[in-house]
Ligand binder design. Structure first.
Ligand SMILES: [Zn+2]
Length: 457
């Protein structure tokens, strides 16, 4: 069955919810006005797809009241602004894990909504505290926590709880309405947020190119990009004028969107990270005797789902070191490109601080610090000759270790003669990049970052 165009009354109702949503988070205006509203009778909730189509079971949700519907509306567009669907894809979230990802994305989003005064969401939605985790972590982080909980749960039950057919184990998510978990299609109501969250598609979702005979075309990638940028600009502006409280998590997200990166880091680093996480997940052992007893247990899975026991440690985090070439040959423009790339890494991996160490290196390693934002990279330390092997060595000695090293340089540097013990990736920038790439050894994958200003596009 397909969704239908709402009646005038239903649209008026939606407008009332949107007005309340706008008063809470005015900077979300572009997102709130971008959604294509569709009626999805029988679905039981709200859902959104990645093409900004918002599916609403009007008959059902009207009973929730205006405030609740307004906050759920903010939640759904929050999935769009958070790019949860593309992050799920970039990080290789499999179909079997869609429901778990949905819960993780909800946790990463609801803390900001709670900070913006959305009490209904704070009371009924999935919050990081329910996972025993602090606020303002990434969806990937909460996903890792949930996955490990589920693994341990399965191990404890000796595999009796086989998880149904077609990889539905751990299904369900208690977000939005705060109602229990849903079944897939058949049976109970749908309770996810739709494919726009990176979760399972809602029952009535349209195919990407199905425009309901011209009545509801999805948002193109160009439109989505523009909406992200204009919303980010609004958020930064509101925050700078001190108008009301803009949740810190959103300001950070906005700043990252507004700083461009020229490299598809999501693909390069995503696969690298998946390898690291897989390797670590195999090694990680959990100590149940250290379980934190103050944490609430939470259900994942349907009404018959089983309790989750929290392990006494948190998710393995990916930690990167970026070796930034600050030698004299790196011009202001090259350094700016490097800054953009580092912001791109931070944004795509959602890491910063001690998890994203920046080393300024010319012929020696100079400043070493955690990444705290583009502004902090304005000062480049050391402007002499070039030797990136110094930086790589220093990066490998980072206390606590790193999972990978990214070297950003204009080339013309010696490279290690032996394969380093963690993956090293080289990014070449500047006018000589094309010519110096042959010098990079085979065991260091490299890419050339085009100078966007020299691309006559
Ligand atoms: Zn959601």
């Amino acid at each position: 069955m397909k969704p239908i165009i709402p009646t005038a009354e239903q649209y008026a109702e939606f407008s009332a919810w949107r007005a309340v949503a706008l008063s809470r988070m005015p900077y979300m205006a572009a997102m709130l006005f971008s959604v294509r509203v569709l009626n999805a009778p029988g679905m039981g909730t709200f859902a959104v797809d990645a093409h900004h189509r918002l599916y609403i079971d009007f008959d059902e949700v009207t009973g929730w009241g205006t405030t609740a519907c307004a906050e759920v509306l903010l939640h759904e567009v929050g999935h769009l602004f958070g790019e949860h669907a593309s992050f799920a894809r970039d990080f290789g979230i499999s179909k079997d894990d869609h429901d778990v990802w949905n819960v993780a994305a909800d946790a990463s989003l609801n803390d900001d909504l709670a900070a913006a005064g959305c009490d209904y969401i704070a009371d009924t939605g999935m919050m990081p505290a329910q996972l025993g985790e602090p606020d303002y972590q990434t969806a990937q982080h909460y996903f890792g926590v949930l996955k490990r909980m589920m693994q341990q749960q399965q191990q404890q039950q000796g595999g009796q709880h086989g998880g149904g057919q077609g990889g539905q184990q751990g299904s369900g998510s208690g977000q939005d309405s705060g109602q229990g978990s849903g079944q897939d299609g058949a049976g109970g109501p749908f309770s996810g947020c739709g494919s726009g969250s990176g979760g399972r598609a809602a029952p009535m979702e349209l195919d990407a190119d199905d425009d309901l005979d011209g009545q509801s075309p999805g948002a193109s990638s160009g439109e989505r990009k523009r909406l992200l940028v204009s919303t980010a600009a609004q958020i930064v502006e509101h925050a700078s004028r001190g108008r009301g409280s803009v949740p810190a998590g959103l300001v950070e997200q906005a700043n990252q969107i507004l700083t461009p990166s020229t490299t598809p880091w999501q693909r390069i680093i995503g696969s690298m990270v998946r390898r690291v996480v897989r390797r670590r997940a195999g090694q990680e052992r959990t100590d149940y005797t250290r379980r934190d007893r103050r944490r609430h247990n939470v259900r994942i899975g349907g009404p018959s789902g089983s309790k989750v026991v929290y392990p006494g440690r948190s998710a393995p985090k990916v930690r990167l070191a970026v070796v930034r070439d600050t030698s004299g040959s790196m011009g202001k423009q090259e350094l700016e490109i490097v800054t953009g790339e580092i912001v791109g890494i931070s944004r795509r991996l959602r890491i910063k601080g001690r998890d994203l160490m920046i080393l300024d290196v010319d012929a020696d390693a100079h400043a070493v610090r955690g990444f705290t934002g583009a502004a902090a990279l304005g000062t480049a330390h050391g402007r002499g000759g070039t030797d990136m092997t110094e930086g790589i060595d220093k990066a490998l000695q980072t206390p606590g270790g790193v999972d990978a090293v990214v070297v950003i340089t204009d080339g013309g540097t010696p490279w290690p003669t032996e394969r380093p013990r963690v993956p090293v990736i080289a990014c070449l920038v500047g006018p000589w990049a094309q010519h110096t790439q042959d010098q990079v050894p085979d065991f260091i994958p490299h890419l050339v970052i085009e100078d966007p200003t020299q691309q006559g596009s």
